[in-house]
Design a protein around this ligand. Structure first.
Ligand code: SF4
Ligand code: SF4
Length: 716
């Protein structure tokens, strides 16, 4: 999908207030239900077990397919291994034709959506009737599913009432029990008259030839038992080695999908069961299992994307995704939606179909945190982006910026000096509240901070120095601290002085490289990594700190991965990373959570704390800044969803301001609800976004970096 089309789809979704209301309500309720459903369960242990077992099975996918075939056929089923969608569809059609089937009933199956099976059967004269309530609703509405587990989540009960009214030619109200009754009556007739049932499966067990189906409505039991023929269409990623592999999946699937401890029905089928035959007698039914590849073995053989085969299709990644919560699933343009959908689409449909879609991900990492299969969704989306850029190339302007401007601090410095002068007519009180002409959009929902009159690197001579130096601490500024928020660097120097440590700022340091990496330009990212490693090696520092978690994450984790295969740099990257730490963590762990700093309690400020995505989920730091804030005598009042993204995402605010803005608005509402007069955070990017939003809305709360709050309360 091209960017223009996608922008059109986004606008349609954003203009649909009903959709967003439904998604937000569900998302908020879901978080509570999910947390309750996992109470007393060790989620980390469970997901590790799923990840280990699914990954071991995926590695043996083809071997397990043969073992499954042998064991299922020994129990009387027929198993067909389909290489692609065409083979799968043709096999199912042939089974239907051979049995003179006029109508099939279906229980929920994303694999059948993936290959557009209904359309194919209808084109060949066979009616396909969905029996899962959500699937039936969207089938009647002529739509695609918008969510893997709740396909009609985008529709309200009023809309469903309209759809059902048309179907039965009777005006219905939005009374849910009545609507369910209508569905039951209409579907029951189809169950009784269909010649074939088609189901999916949540797992296929190689050692027994068993398929496991997890549902809430019982329709899968009717689909698989009533008609004389049953076809199960199963993606090969569902293969597991042993029956015991299914346990952890059954523990997590309902909890992660809908926040239930248990679904209503778990059906295990091993071979054909007795059935009502067309002549009225009871005999043995015909059972076919189609194991479908359609891109799964390509995924298995991919050293990076094989991770996606650990997915159990619970859709919790969609439920927590700030972008999905805002746009729903239809903008993704294919049957698989959200972040994981973008990855599946690239492999099961067309690589290029996922082209622009990967840019929808803001990289907040919330999906990765809740995924029971331990799928690194943001990491895989980044890899998609890298491959897309490698295939299609990058615009010349972007290339110039990443290869020549960002790594060259002198040039960058001079350009920003020019910018600092040019911005003057638009600046008041260090804020740019309106920009003219085509730039107006940048200041629509938030003010921008002005560029600093004097970058941090030009103020090094004024930094406080300790009398005795216990350690030399290298400070990595990053672009925002150096050129927009030099006060954060000065505050860090002040705190370090109180710890008898000296802040050392190597001037050769460049941008951390994340903007390049984010755009898929890994060569430029690696060059900046080398430049920064060399700069800090030369400075001979004991520690390296930053006040930006995105930079910390790059310095600590990304450089090691980027340079792992470079014999000259791999070890240097590891040695460098071993010294890197987030600033709040560094201070809290060396000052007994701030106690030895002797902080002064000033006033009666109430602070609420915003957890930056890359700090909490990337670096697992969230207690330390809170401890420092409380030690400084500030009254901490937690906001709802403190770790929900603020919508910044670096260049995301420029690429998709229409998405970034409502995400920011939700964050501002959470902040205001606390009544706090300060919102603290540990990321200059979040600071820019939240401070700008508060300013634009005229809110009384002020945004501050924790480093400023602590430095302001140091004894003289
Ligand atoms: S990627 Fe993870 S969270 Fe998303 S559907 Fe798959 S298992 Fe669930
Ligand atoms: S990283 Fe965040 S924005 Fe991206 S898919 Fe995951 S939850 Fe959605």
């Amino acid at each position: 999908m091209g960017k223009e089309n996608l922008k059109g789809e986004i606008k349609g979704a954003l203009d649909n207030g009903i959709l967003q209301g439904a998604l937000t309500r569900f998302a908020n309720d879901y978080l509570g239900s999910r947390a309750r459903a996992y109470e007393g369960r060790d989620f980390e242990a469970l997901r590790q077990e799923i990840a280990d077992r699914k990954s071991a099975s995926a590695k043996r996918m083809l071997e397990l397919a043969q073992q499954f075939k042998k064991n299922a056929e020994a129990r009387g089923a027929k198993v067909f291994i389909a290489k692609n969608a065409e083979e799968a569809k043709k096999y199912i059609l042939d089974v239907a034709l051979a049995n003179n089937v006029k109508m099939v009933i279906k229980s929920k199956s994303m694999a059948s959506e993936e290959i557009h099976l209904n359309k194919y059967l209808e084109a060949n004269g066979i009616t396909a009737a969905e029996t899962d309530l959500g699937e039936w609703i969207i089938q009647l509405a002529g739509q695609r599913p918008s969510h893997m587990v709740m396909p009609a989540i985008h529709l309200t009960r009023d809309q469903v009432a309209d759809i059902f009214s048309k179907e039965i030619n009777e005006r219905l109200t939005n009374d849910i029990p009545r609507l369910v009754k209508v569905a039951r009556k209409e579907l029951r007739e189809k169950f009784l008259s269909a010649g074939m049932g088609i189901s999916g499966a949540n797992a296929a067990v190689a050692e027994t030839g068993t398929i496991a189906i997890v549902t809430n409505e019982g329709n899968a039991r009717l689909t698989t038992t009533l008609p004389p023929v049953h076809v199960a269409l199963v993606g090969m990623e569902k293969l597991v080695e042993k029956l015991s592999d299914v346990n952890a999946i059954l523990e997590c699937l309902p909890r992660s999908a809908t926040g239930q401890q248990l679904t209503s029905y778990v059906t295990m089928i091993t071979g054909p069961t007795p059935a009502n035959l067309p002549d009225g007698t009871i005999g043995t039914k015909e059972m076919h299992i189609v194991l479908m590849d359609n891109g799964r073995t390509t995924m298995k053989d991919d050293p990076v994307f094989s991770n996606a085969l650990q997915c159990i299709r619970c859709a919790s990644c969609l439920n927590v995704c700030p972008v999905f919560q805002l746009l729903g699933g239809h903008v993704y343009g294919d049957v698989y939606t959200g972040g994981i959908g973008t990855i599946l689409t690239a492999f099961f449909n067309e690589f290029d179909t996922a082209g622009e879609l990967q840019n929808l991900c803001i990289g907040c990492g919330r999906c990765k945190q809740v995924c029971p299969g331990k799928v690194d969704i943001p990491g895989l989306i980044q890899e998609l982006r890298n491959r897309y850029v490698a295939k299609k190339g990058m615009p010349a302007g972007q290339k110039l910026l990443l290869n020549s401007v960002l790594p060259n601090r002198k040039l960058f410095h001079s350009l920003l000096k020019v910018g600092s002068k040019a911005q003057k007519p638009f600046v008041s009180d260090r804020k740019i509240r309106h920009l003219p002409l085509f730039l107006a959009g940048f200041t629509e929902g938030r003010s921008l901070p002005s560029l600093a009159d004097k970058p941090f690197r030009d103020q090094l001579g004024t930094l406080p120095k300790p009398k005795k130096v216990k350690a030399k601490v290298g400070f990595f500024g990053g672009c925002l601290v150096d050129f927009v928020y030099p006060n954060l660097g000065k505050s860090a120097a002040k705190i370090l002085k109180h710890m008898d440590m000296e802040l050392v700022y190597p001037l050769e340091q460049a941008c951390c490289g994340v903007p390049a990496g984010h755009l898929g330009a890994n060569d430029a990212f690696a060059n900046m990594a080398k430049q920064n490693i060399a700069a800090f090696e030369k400075a001979g520092v004991d520690h390296i700190v930053t006040v930006c978690p995105t930079c910390t994450n790059a310095l600590l984790n990304e450089y090691v991965k980027l340079l792992a295969n470079d014999p000259q740099w791999a070890q240097r990257a590891k040695d460098f990373a071993a010294k890197v730490e987030d600033f709040s963590h560094f201070v809290a762990t060396r000052t007994d959570n701030g106690k030895t700093l002797g902080l002064k309690v000033k006033g009666t400020d109430t602070v609420t704390y915003h957890d930056s995505c890359h700090l909490k989920r990337g670096l697992n730091v969230f207690d330390e800044p809170r401890a420092l804030i409380q030690e400084a005598g500030l009254n901490l009042k937690e906001m709802q969803w403190s770790d929900r993204c603020c919508g910044f995402g670096g260049s995301y605010t420029v690429q998709y301001p229409e998405i970034s803005q409502p995400i920011l608005d939700a964050k501002l509402a959470d902040i205001q609800q606390t009544g706090a007069n300060i919102v603290a955070m540990d990321c200059p990017g979040c600071l820019m976004q939240i401070d700008g939003g508060l300013d634009k809305k005229g809110c009384h709360a002020k945004a501050k970096h924790t480093v400023e709050l602590i430095a302001e309360r140091l004894p003289d």
